[in-house]
Ligand binder design. Structure first.
Ligand code: URA
Length: 370
């Protein structure tokens, strides 16, 4: 992995000095050094640590969020600590990157990856893999192989340059696999990868079966941002998807004779399916139907056309790193008419094919352009 900037390289050097100073070697050296020399050594240790910490802090403070227009071809992570590690175990994916400076094995397996599709369930992502084989004329015919079955958490299928990965329900499970996937594409040296989420959602004033491509992602506080507790502090980050991806998914993914609408609009990503989405049918509810309708009206007025549980985290993490991403979901209920998902399993299955169709066409076009 190449260092991301000169300041980062200096940080790495100082970290190494700091690490040496805290190692058992220091203690051994300490025993043989006479006291005045040991004192100098400790002073040097302290200075190297404080310089390292100051350098890291200034690196972090000078680090501004990357704009989509500045997107570089290769992924740049925003973690200088990774530069000091010689190996990296992507625990939930069950991939051990033994030599993260020269990750030959990972490069061999994943350097060609251009698109990473993520979605809730293993069965849906396996189905997407089978669907993409047809779209991409992949000659493979056997059962798709789950590349991270050993991790017993998520599933990953590879179809040519596309990964199809399950992420579970909600931001917390998705963020775990997203961090590891971002590191994976970095180690593999993937060029300009696009992350896509496909899923189901509740509609706000749109009929069930509508495909929504997210523009701005709102959190459950109706703010166009994502907030997360880091080191006991509230950290708030912007949550937008790049216009170029939205435009291309709409242009290449949808067709007037699909028999359903594909639209773009804002999405609210909540941390709870029931109370967080203003439902009246959870195990706990401390508001009235009128309160709920007022909340949904506020959503509607903000241009929010669908509600799911991942958009704000997904947008904020990918935006922070300047990585291209898009969220493409099909509505399975119109929340202005009720809370319960009443469509049949067959209907749900049919609706779930719609994001496949849209994303499949977009990926095909994207790969032709590469
Ligand atoms: N997923 C959600 O998060 N909400 C819905 O209403 C439907 C699917």
């Amino acid at each position: 992995m190449e260092s991301c900037s000169p300041i980062c390289r200096h940080y790495v050097l100082f970290r190494k000095l700091g690490q040496f100073a805290t190692s058992t070697r220091r203690r051994r050296i300490g025993r043989v050094l006479h006291r005045p020399l040991l004192f100098q050594f400790q002073k040097w240790h302290h200075v190297s640590h404080s310089v390292a910490n100051k350098t890291l802090r200034s690196y972090i403070e000078n680090y501004t969020d990357r704009h989509f227009s500045d997107m570089s071809k290769s992924v740049q992570l925003a973690n200088p600590h990774l530069e000091t590690m010689s190996s990296d175990f992507l625990y939930h994916l069950n991939f051990n990157v033994e030599n993260s400076k020269e990750p030959t094995e990972i490069k061999k397996k994943f350097a060609d990856v251009k698109v990473i599709c993520c979605g809730g369930t293993i069965s849906r992502m396996r189905e997407l893999a089978l669907y993409l084989r047809k779209v991409l004329d992949d000659p493979e015919t056997g059962e798709p192989v789950d590349l991270c079955s050993g991790g017993h958490r998520y599933a990953m299928f590879k179809v040519g340059p596309v990964l199809s990965v399950s992420h579970g329900v909600g931001s917390s499970t998705f963020s775990v696999v997203l961090h590891e996937l971002l590191k994976l594409v970095k180690y593999a040296g993937c060029q300009d990868p696009v992350f896509l989420r496909i899923g189901t959602c509740g509609g706000v004033g749109v009929p069930p079966g509508t495909v929504v491509v997210t523009k701005n992602a709102f959190n459950g506080y109706l703010r166009n941002e994502h907030e997360i507790a880091i080191l006991g502090k509230r950290v708030v980050r912007p949550a937008q998807f790049p216009e170029s991806v939205i435009k291309d998914v709409l242009a290449y993914g949808s067709s007037a004779d699909d028999g359903f609408q594909t639209i773009s609009g804002n999405t609210m990503g909540t941390d709870c399916f029931y109370e967080g989405q203003g439902r009246l049918d959870g195990a706990i509810c401390e508001y009235t139907e009128a309160d709920k309708m007022e909340f949904l009206k506020k959503c509607f007025d903000l241009g929010i056309v669908n509600i799911e549980m991942e958009a704000s985290m997904f947008a904020s993490v990918t935006q922070k790193l300047g990585v291209k991403a898009g969220d493409v979901c099909v509505t399975i209920v119109n929340r202005l008419n009720g809370d319960q998902v009443e469509i049949t399993m067959e209907q749900k299955h049919e609706y779930e094919q719609r994001p496949f169709l849209v994303v499949g066409r977009y990926i095909k076009k994207l790969l032709q352009k590469c």
